[in-house]
Design a protein around this ligand. Sequence first.
Ligand code: EPU
Length: 326
Amino acid sequence: MIQIPNTFHVHALARRIVEYESVDALVDVLPMLQSEPYMHIGRGSNLLFVGNYEGTLLHSRICDVEVVGEDTDSVCVRVGAGMLWDDFVAYTVDRGWSGAENLSLIPGEVGASAVQNIGAYGAEVCHMIDSVECIDLRTGEPRTFTVRECQYSYRSSVFKHQFWGMYAVVYVVYRLSKHFTPHLGYGNLASRFTTTPPTPTTLRQAIIDIRRAKLPDPEVTGNAGSFFMNPVVTESKFQSLLRQYPSVPYYRVDGGVKIPAGWMIEQCGWKGRSLHRAAVHDVSALVLINLGGATGEDILSLCRAVQADVKRKFDIDIEPEVNIVS
Ligand code: EPU
């Protein structure tokens, strides 16, 4: 048994971890997996293992980058699923290409970006994805999904639901713009550029600074970023919340009103509080952390306790954004 890499730093073992460096190597290994459980992972930055995994974990080491199309306005780049997401963002910003800079410093890999539809500071990766190249893990057959077929929505895709566990993402094709249009609409991002307009590099640096100030560094403190998704409630539910809590933060979105789960968790008194060896982060209440020596069970218990209190106080269900493997 071998330790599973995970940014929560919880002790969890797998029977085997297979890392592959090419599509052919992945296809070759598939027949020997069909008789036991298997699962594909990335860098373990959005996973919570509750206990050991009695099977094989697959992990991509395909990290090549190639420009596959270009016109006067944009460039298409095909990137191996195993490349670190933030290395890819740095690569685009270094070339002056725009689209990824608001997603700087998000942990994880290129493959997971397409599964999870990562997002931050007003940007979502689905707006820069052109297509997603996959291998069917049962048959070894290739299949390319257009961005439409990926059915992206907030932190969601077909790979997280309908096709969960069925495909390995091997390459993602992103389209970046050659014209820089800064997206400064989120929070107080614009206030950082009142004297000098941003460049892709300075915008990336501003995002990095904000993230470093708000989110715990997984190298130092075990965590997986936002643990919960921000729920979307109906207009009438929102109106009743607003009557009771006039300062409730909110964003209007398709289908309702999004309420920050971090705010609700804080209102429940959980910010900075711990249970066993797990805690709610004291700066961003949406993040659960390992105080050192936490088990997957500890973190799951904290998750359940927080969910129950939010339900009791607000009558709203909050769902994990992190993939829980039990
Ligand atoms: N808030 C509180 N208390 C807290 C945390 C937040 O009251 O402890 C309030 C803030 O004051 C603000 C609102 O909640 O009014 C939103 O907070 P913030 O801008 O920090 O964003 P978030 O909703 O906590 C989301 C993403 C993050 C992303 C940030 C910035 C989700 C699940 N999380 O967090 O993504 O970085 O916005 O765009 O949508 C991740 O997915 O791992 C992640 C970190």
